[in-house]
Design a protein around this ligand. Structure first.
Ligand SMILES: C[C@H](CCC(=O)NCCS(=O)(=O)O)[C@H]1CC[C@H]2[C@@H]3CC[C@@H]4C[C@H](O)CC[C@]4(C)[C@H]3C[C@H](O)[C@]12C
Length: 323
């Protein structure tokens, strides 16, 4: 399970939790403008926007989980098991393999509006990257500073949904996630008014009673509601420090603590939480055991180069001892 969100303070931020019981050796990876992006069924992009994000690099190719380009357009792939339906390659249209979708979009576009137009012709195809990396069932959130869309390749075809909440989790399909929010319209950040009955004396005995009923479990539908409530009501200062702190707290509201979700002999955990300042091209992250924020600045790399720059995650706790 995962959760992704888009957030605007002075700058624009985009990030996600990656929740899983194992790791694919992901690393913060910068793809410079002249790294040749080859695609299986469409022409290569030999020169393109530079990207920064989290990726597994396999055979020299960055398999991005989430990324931002130098124009601030951002995108994340989240698990969508049972619903993702990739198509066979066909003669017509633009055939993009699921693992190519992030590079193909972020390599060439600057805004969500441009992506939406281009998607009219796109088919997400079932081509595997390799025998070791078969297609993963994913859906995607694509965001710029002003809006987000969710993209789902399902049995009926490619669905592009406006995402006014600017949050994505996992199953079920996005239309159902959005509809489910209706059940929570009475939740409030303010103290509740008694509507239950005039016969009963109610006592507002605690702060936060306005949001009683907000789900706290770790299922994907519950995380969608929890993250939505937290994000849309979020208030932060405008500084970088205040904004990224707030963003990590939004993601923290839906993080997975080891022990609460059992998967055979393992437990699901939030492997990393990321927060990219998309205006500055700085990718910040924390890991399950490292609460310190680590950053990688794409503009410190040679963005006119041809080679990937990859920074393995700092996963050990960094403790500042004071005596
Ligand atoms: C598993 C993760 C989602 C986390 C999640 O939701 N976990 C709940 C599992 S459960 O549903 O609860 O059981 C997703 C998110 C992004 C994915 C990578 C995208 C690039 C690449 C695409 C290739 O085609 C296959 C390998 C590849 C490295 C992918 C591996 C894996 O699929 C990643 C990490």
């Amino acid at each position: 399970m995962c959760t992704a969100a888009n957030y605007v303070a002075e700058d624009h931020y985009f990030g996600r939790n990656l929740d899983l019981e194992y790791s694919y050796h992901e690393a913060v990876t910068v793809t410079p403008r002249n790294f040749p992006f080859e695609f299986r069924n469409v022409p290569a992009q030999n020169t393109h926007h530079a990207l920064i994000g989290m990726a597994t690099v396999a055979d020299g190719y960055p398999l991005y989980y989430d990324a931002t380009n130098e124009k601030g357009l951002s995108m994340a792939g989240l698990n969508f098991p049972g619903n993702a339906d990739y198509k066979p390659v066909s003669e017509d249209g633009t055939n993009i393999a699921s693992f190519e979708f992030i590079p193909w979009v972020l390599g060439q576009f600057e805004t969500v509006a441009e992506v939406r137009d281009a998607l009219a012709d796109v088919r997400i195809v079932d081509t595997a990257f390799s025998a070791e990396f078969p297609p993963s069932p994913l859906h995607w959130i694509i965001s710029d500073r002003t809006q987000s869309i969710s993209v789902e390749s399902v049995a009926e075809g490619l669905k592009v949904h406006d995402n006014p909440i600017q949050v994505l989790t996992n199953n079920p399909t996005f239309d159902i996630q959005l509809f489910n929010i209706n059940n929570y319209m009475n939740l409030s950040i303010d103290p509740p008014e008694p509507h239950f009955s005039k016969e009963i004396d109610f006592d507002v005995y605690s702060r936060g009673l306005g949001a009683v009923g907000l789900p706290g479990d770790l299922s994907s539908m519950s995380r969608f509601v929890k993250a939505a409530f937290t994000k849309v009501n979020s208030v932060s200062g405008q500084s970088e420090s205040e904004a990224i702190s707030q963003f990590f707290h939004i993601l923290g509201s839906v993080e997975q603590q080891r022990g609460c979700v059992r998967l055979g002999d393992k437990y699901e955990i939030t492997i990393y939480s990321s927060c990219c300042n998309t205006d500055k091209g700085v990718y910040y992250y924390r890991t399950y055991e490292n609460s310190q924020i680590t950053g990688v600045d794409m503009h410190k790399e040679d963005l006119d180069g041809t080679g990937l720059a990859s920074y393995p995650l700092v996963t050990e706790q960094q403790i500042l001892m004071k005596n």
